[in-house]
Design a protein around this ligand. Structure first.
Ligand code: XIL
Length: 304
């Protein structure tokens, strides 16, 4: 196959990109998106501060633009994200009681998932709930502080009821190294959820890599260990700082690791051309600012 999406499809996977609604009208952007990718993730448009900036008032417009674009072209859609400490409106952060936070969280999940019911193949139900570093502890957030550890399973149970057909994922960064404390903490949570029947279907490895945090040597083993718990693994926000052959080699190793594990079901890169990356001054993506294919693109296509 001659495109990322078609090559991944031959391997029973999808190959997606994070997409911003405000770029869909740019012809080069849309051309490359439509040619290369068969899955999209709205980069910001489904986040709480966009979709429910004031309580009970939902703004689906920007996300709908992306969903309509993708559906019209037969692309899959990842939902990102329902419960996250960041890009959270002030009204949520300021809620004082467990009951109020729980009501707000469940209403948000129900409202968003009902609007997109049947259209989303996988939802990042909870994003980034664990701390970095050696503690393996939960990150502080209004959900953690008011509700406690049980907010995560409550979110997953609410999500399952809201759209039974969607795969429900826990998504995080720095859980790529099998031996990291944060990875072990997420692993233990997933194992506990599976043993108690809490509905979880997938783990999302964001996989933002750079020179401080390169692709770990045990990345494939880590994917296999999560999969062995009985969940799918998706690489959800891949980008790798660098250029040329070194960057291409790192991208190749990520693709090979995913393809080696049957339950690794898809890869999403976190943007299309370098200049639209969230890494403002970096070049971590597969296309340069003129939409030329980089060596990393060629490596990914060849590996698929
Ligand atoms: C980033 C977006 O790419 C930026 O445009 C935005 O300003 C901040 O968020 N982890 C996530 C993503 O789960 O939602 C983040 O996306 C990148 C880190």
């Amino acid at each position: 196959a001659s495109t990322l999406g078609a090559a991944a499809a031959e391997k029973g996977r999808y190959f997606g990109a994070a997409v911003a609604a405000n770029h869909l009208g740019e012809s080069q952007y849309a051309t490359v998106l439509d040619r290369e990718f068969n899955s999209v993730t709205p980069e910001n448009e489904m986040k709480w501060d966009t979709i429910e900036a004031s309580r009970g008032s939902f703004n689906f417009g920007p996300a709908d633009q992306i969903v309509n674009h993708a559906q019209g072209r037969g692309m899959k859609i990842r939902g990102h994200t329902l419960v996250w400490h960041s890009q959270l409106p002030g009204w949520v952060s300021n809620l004082q009681t467990a009951t109020d936070v729980r009501n707000a969280m469940n209403s948000h999940i129900n409202g968003v998932m009902a609007h997109y019911r049947g259209k989303i193949h996988s939802w990042d139900v909870v994003n980034e709930a664990f701390q970095d570093g050696s503690s393996g502890a939960r990150r502080s957030s209004v959900f953690q502080q008011r509700i406690g550890n049980s907010f995560i399973e409550e979110a997953f149970r609410t999500a399952r009821a809201a759209d039974p057909a969607a795969k429900l994922c826990y998504n995080d960064y720095n859980i790529d190294d099998a031996n990291a404390a944060k990875t072990r903490a997420v692993y233990n949570m997933v194992q506990d959820f599976k043993s108690r029947g809490v509905p979880i279907d997938c783990v999302g490895l964001q996989s933002h890599f750079n020179s401080q945090s390169p692709v770990p040597g045990n990345y494939q083993q880590n994917i296999a260990q999560f999969a062995a718990l009985g969940v799918d693994v998706q690489i959800t926000e891949l980008d790798i700082e660098g250029s040329g052959t070194a960057q291409a080699n790192s991208y190749r190793s990520v693709v090979n690791a995913c393809l080696a594990v049957s339950r690794c079901t898809g890869i999403t890169v976190w943007g299309i051309p370098d200049h639209y990356s969230w890494r403002a001054s970096g070049t971590p993506l597969l296309f340069d600012r003129n939409y030329n294919k980089k060596p990393a693109y060629d490596a990914v296509l060849a590996a698929l």
